[in-house]
Each structure stands twice: as structure tokens, then as C-alpha cells.
Design a binder for this molecule. Structure first.
Ligand code: ADP
Length: 346
């Protein structure tokens, strides 16, 4: 067999390890999501030309697809600063005050998991988003009075895995809504190659493709599988990631040939073996697998749905033929009167 050509040997002096170092710094370094990147490019250009802050932006999509990446790239493009917080950390309006009073003109305030921000905080932030001011209540009862405080003009960037859980008024206050989609294998292979170079790890084209194919369409997963494979190659071989090494490393990590991990398989096994392929509610599945139902619906299901391992019916989740094949089982027959099979795919 011909030797695989090693394509990534670029030294990367200043590159540190792990996610932060691998995160793109500028829009042109962001791989994939071209339409989103192009729209943001236009918004950034307009903001600079018109000397106005960028309009508020909401990113939604499953975890690890680049919401934080886009949010951190934008202030770099604008030459401004960013403050980062998250919905669960903001339990009352006072928690938001230090961020709002620390704003630089035109800077970015990023709120991750914005759908988990309580309603009182949401209402507190509305005037800040609309008119760059906040209303603060001083004192209590009869002597309470409200003072209005002006803020620097800023951009709120919200990220959510559940845009459906955001209230209508909150959603309407964002000027741009960008939905991030899963990545193609080619895009992920590019991310793997670029990041292997940043980590100073030689990798073959075929190995990059193997990692990409087994990364659930998600850059964060690709990065963590690259890290594992890099360690595997360094510990057991000479450090170069070839296709057989990538394959062996992922097998060792219990990532199957389709890229499904232990939790994905546990989900499908439970749905098929315990619930006869469904329909089953997500709460029942979560309780049986012993994972939070949010983890199921935010992290596990989006990819299984998109790849048609499962489908959602009004009565719950249903396993599709591909789920049976992935677990090495025979899919039920399609005929409704077939005793051995089910009536799932009538
Ligand atoms: P999210 O905020 O949606 O959970 P992140 O922005 O934190 O996802 O992305 C996780 C990691 O994946 C980032 O640190 C970055 O290294 C990588 N990543 C995400 N999107 C891209 C992209 N479009 N191009 C290159 N790397 C990306």
C-alpha cells in the first residue's frame, strides 16, 4: 500500500493547546457557515461606515457549532471589547448591572444560554437594548423611586440552544437571528487540518477525513477527537496521525464507525430495546438513561434527528431503520400486520 502523504507539518510557534487557542479570531478564519459569515461581514462593514454599534444578534443551534466563536470574532472585527456571561448566572437584575456599567462604546455583551435568563432580568434589559438606558428602582414601598441611567451604546449577542424557549418580546429585540447548522464532512476535515497544524501535529488527508466523518457534524466534537487522537498518536506511535491510527484511536474512545458515542448508542438502545422503538417521551428516555432531559434534547437528539436515526412524532421519539442498523439489529418490517415487526414505519 502506498504511504499516506502527510499534509500538515506547519509549525505553530505561538499556538497554545485546547479550545481557546483553536477558536478562530477573525471572520475569514471561520470555516463553513458561509451565509452566516457573509451576512455578519456586511453588518460589520455597515456598522463601521455608519459609525453605529452593530445591531443585537441572536445565534441559535445545537452546542459546539460556533455560537460563542462568532460572538468572540465580531468584537475583533469591530476593534472593540467583549464581556461574557450566561443566562443562569443572571438570576436578578443586579447581576447584570456590572456588565452594563462596564460597557465601552460599541462593545459587545455576550449572554450564553440566554433562554435561561429569568423574566425579571429580561424585562430589565429591554430598555438597555432599545434605548441604551436602564431603570433602577431605589428604596422600597412608598419611598421607592425610579431613576433612569444612560448606558454606552453596545451590542447584545445572545446564544441559545432553544430559541423556542425565548420569549417573543426578547426575540423581537434582536436585529439579526442566525441559525447555525451542522457542518459537512468536508468542512470538518478542513477544521481538523487547520487545528492539527495549530497543534503542530502532522496528519494525513485520509486521517483528517476519518476524524471529520466521526465527529457528529460538530466542530467542538472534531476538536476533542483530534486532541484524543493526537495524544494516542504521540503515546503509542511517532506522533503523526495516519488513517489507521485515527481509526484505532476513535475505536479505543468507543466512538463507532458512524461517529456515534456511548451516550448516542445508549439512547438508541433504550429507545429500541426498552421502548420497542417508540414512540416514547423524552422524559421517560432521560429517566431510564439517567441523563437530564435537557442533555437529551440539546446535545444528543439534534444530531440523531438530522441524520435520521430517530424522528419526532406527536406521541414521542421513534427509532428509524438507520438506528437499528447502527446497533447491528434488524429493523422491524414495514407491514402493519407483521407479527415480528412493528407498525412503526407504515
Ligand atoms: P457553541 O458556542 O455553539 O457551543 P463554540 O463557538 O464554543 O460553540 O465552538 C466550539 C469550538 O469549535 C470552538 O472553540 C472552535 O474551536 C470550534 N469551532 C466552532 N465553529 C467553528 C468554525 N466555523 N470554524 C472553525 N472552528 C470552529
Amino acid at each position: 500500500m502506498a504511504r499516506e502523504k502527510v499534509i500538515t507539518t506547519v509549525p505553530a510557534d505561538e499556538v497554545k493547546q485546547h479550545d481557546a487557542a483553536l477558536r478562530p479570531k477573525l471572520l475569514k478564519e471561520v470555516i463553513g457557515q458561509r451565509n452566516v459569515a457573509e451576512r455578519l461581514e456586511i453588518a460589520v462593514r455597515a456598522s463601521k461606515k455608519l459609525n453605529e454599534p452593530l445591531g443585537h444578534i441572536l445565534f441559535d443551534g445545537p452546542p459546539g457549532l460556533g455560537k460563542t466563536t462568532f460572538a468572540t470574532v465580531l468584537p475583533n472585527e469591530l476593534g472593540t471589547s467583549i464581556q461574557l456571561t450566561s443566562g443562569p448566572a443572571l438570576s436578578k437584575p443586579a447581576d447584570l448591572l456590572p456588565f452594563l456599567t462596564n460597557l465601552d462604546e460599541g462593545s459587545v455583551l455576550f449572554i450564553d444560554e440566554i433562554h435561561r435568563m429569568p423574566r425579571v432580568v429580561e424585562e430589565f434589559i429591554y430598555p438597555a437594548m432599545e434605548d441604551f438606558r436602564i431603570d433602577i428602582v431605589l428604596g422600597e414601598g412608598m419611598s421607592a423611586r425610579t431613576i433612569s441611567m444612560n448606558l454606552k451604546r453596545f451590542t447584545l449577542i445572545g446564544a441559545t440552544t432553544r430559541s423556542g424557549m425565548l420569549s417573543g418580546p426578547m426575540r423581537d429585540r434582536f436585529k439579526m437571528h442566525e441559525h447555525l447548522e451542522f457542518y459537512s464532512v468536508e468542512e470538518l476535515a478542513t477544521i481538523v487540518r487547520v487545528n492539527a497544524a495549530k497543534l503542530n501535529t502532522p496528519i494525513t488527508e485520509a486521517a483528517a477525513h476519518e476524524l471529520a466523518r466521526r465527529s457528529r457534524g460538530t466542530p467542538r466534537v472534531a476538536n476533542s477527537r483530534l486532541h484524543w487522537t493526537r495524544n494516542y498518536a504521540a503515546a503509542l506511535h511517532d506522533g503523526t496521525i495516519t488513517e489507521p491510527i485515527a481509526r484505532a484511536a476513535l475505536d479505543k474512545a468507543e466512538v463507532d464507525r458512524d461517529g456515534l458515542d456511548k451516550n448516542d448508542r445508549k439512547y438508541l438502545e433504550t429507545l429500541i430495546d426498552l421502548y420497542g422503538g417508540g414512540p416514547t417521551g423524552v422524559e421517560a428516555l432521560a429517566a431510564t438513561i439517567n441523563l437530564a432531559s435537557d442533555t437529551l434534547s440539546d446535545e444528543i437528539e439534534p444530531y440523531l434527528l438530522r441524520e435520521q436515526y430517530i424522528t419526532r412524532s406527536p406521541r414521542g421519539r421513534v427509532a428509524m431503520p438507520r438506528a437499528y442498523t447502527a446497533l447491528g439489529k434488524l429493523p422491524p418490517r414495514q407491514k402493519p400486520d407483521d407479527k415480528q415487526g412493528g407498525t412503526l414505519f407504515e
